[in-house]
Design a protein around this ligand. Sequence first.
Ligand code: COD
Length: 304
Amino acid sequence: MRRLQDLVEAARQKGPATVAIAAAHDPDVVEAMKTAEEIGLARGIFVGNKAKIQALAEQVSWKIPDDQLVDEREESLALRKAIGLVRDKTASLLMKGKIKTSALMHGVLDREAGLRAGRLLSQVIVFQVPGIDRLMLMSDAAINIAPTLAQKAEICRNAIEVAHAIGITEPKLALLCGLEFVNPDMPATLDAAALTMMNRRGQITGAYVEGPIAMDVPLSKFAADRKGINSPLVEQTDIFIPPDIEAANILYRAILYFANGESGGVVIGAKVPLILLSRAETPETKIHSIAIAILMAQSPQASS
Ligand code: COD
């Protein structure tokens, strides 16, 4: 699978997945789910303000059947009911509607009523850019704000799991920093060196991991040669891991807006994949995200 559209096709072939949507009275969610249903990708169960959901559906010339609507106007109850649909296996995916990411995360992380699976939750983005004929991944631009070394190791493992699920069997992972040397004054370089050693010693498996490394080396043989860096990552990197949420978020926006990239994303680590759509995303991005979540829900590791 070399293009995001290939992921959509692969997910469609698995038959429509059922998505529980928390606080579904959200125009982006309704529009994306309309397309997802039309192309046989997914079917929603819309938990939220029923009248508003129906009105939003009408605006896009759609009628959602009554058995796919759960009227619950109170945000925390809507979240709890949507999570309940996943817990009782009515739905295989959870989607965020008109509710803050942090509120959704707290619901998912609730020890009694949530979807904890004993793992770190992190967001993984799959992207493509013009001029590079393969899919690449990056993480974590949305969940873990200032990850510790242990959390970075989990972020790497989650991204590697997504890479495997989309057919990248031996991914090469770059731990991005500002340079290729360990500088004790730059803590991200210390973490990157430790993560590299964790990979060499079998604590992070399923990928080749290397860092610290600046962004030019994975992208340019010319830069690598000039810097005297000989690395398997050069022009072959599959997974990019920036040091924190800000760096990751900036890289993500740069991929989209500087490099004309396209993407889709998923949050994994809970009992089921989570879909977080954003207002600023294109309709295609939303469909890619649903497709990636479906592929992850079906991957062998997903329920571990
Ligand atoms: N995965 C698994 N468990 C977690 C995670 C995680 N990513 N984060 C926290 N926990 C668990 C902890 O182990 C603990 O048991 C409990 O949750 C509370 O942990 P805290 O107090 O460290 O975490 P919070 O509640 O302060 O924050 C966790 C959030 C995920 C809510 C927070 O990191 C957040 O709001 N992230 C989203 C940031 C955002 O707004 N992104 C949008 C665009 S950048």
